[in-house]
Write a protein that binds this ligand. Sequence first.
Ligand code: SF4
Ligand code: SF4
Length: 325
Amino acid sequence: MRATLPLLKATDFPPLRRRAVDTLQVNLGYTCNQSCLHCHVNAGPNRTEQMDRANVDAVLDVLVAKDIGTLDLTGGAPELNPHFRDLVREARARGVRVIDRCNLTILLEPGQDGLAEFLAAQQVEIVASLPCYAQANVDHQRGEGVFEKSIRALQTLNALGYGCEDRLPLSLVYNPQGPTLPPPQAALEADYRRRLGEDFGVVFTRLLVLANMPIARFGSTLISKGQFHEYLATLRGAHRPDNLEQVMCRTLVSVDWQGFLYDCDFNQMLGMPLREGDAHGRLGHGRLHLSDWLELDLTDNPIVVADHCYGCTAGQGSSCGGALG
Ligand code: SF4
Ligand code: SF4
């Protein structure tokens, strides 16, 4: 795979500082039952990295100590971590809102019996990737047969109340197939509702539209095709300063499977750790672990930025919660 960080590091992206943290986004490991073309974490069935129980406990400690209201679980397929269900139960018992970034097909995997029912019983919010309502596009990006399995999984979730009841939100995630900006979120959501409703009887709560980041597997593909600089120019050309107020790193901290901290999931994948800043905004050199955070206040800490950050501020903006604004 081609490295993208050397092409992103020299940047004129505006400086950012963190506000109070309301979300802890935790990557439980890189094991996944799929190997999608656009995966920004290079996850797949052959990856074995998984968060251990000691770091799961450290996650729970930080949630309580820092009074963080939302735990956002990602991976790989986070459900494949052996501590997934314990972490969900223990976070919910502490009154924390839990989001599962679910690839849908995991709900049909052998060994995952009762997973959908467990998520519903714990009132876990589901954010599920479905990059198109057309089978050919989904199967091209995510693998043969993924669309049909995803629809079956959505029908199972609907039958449990997901997407129908307020207490069980079901969000779908769209990202473009190629190096273009995503279309307007509201119009695309209406198309998704119509097509999924008419063709499959599927309902959902909302559609989140994400821009592709020029990093990891997608960034490497762009380099191979000679499209990397053109795509970066597209993102930079569409930069909207208003979006800087709402980029997700202002209120979120990302954690890797070993418990180390990053300003966001994208920085995590680029190997750019969160660094403690001094009063002048200069950044320290050491990376920080969940256990270090217990002794620190990260409010107002400078955020590590590079040119990929234009992927968050281009056009309608992009974050784990969809378009900004
Ligand atoms: S399902 Fe998600 S984590 Fe797994 S390979 Fe696809 S994009 Fe990556
Ligand atoms: S990629 Fe986006 S979320 Fe991450 S540091 Fe840059 S602006 Fe913030």
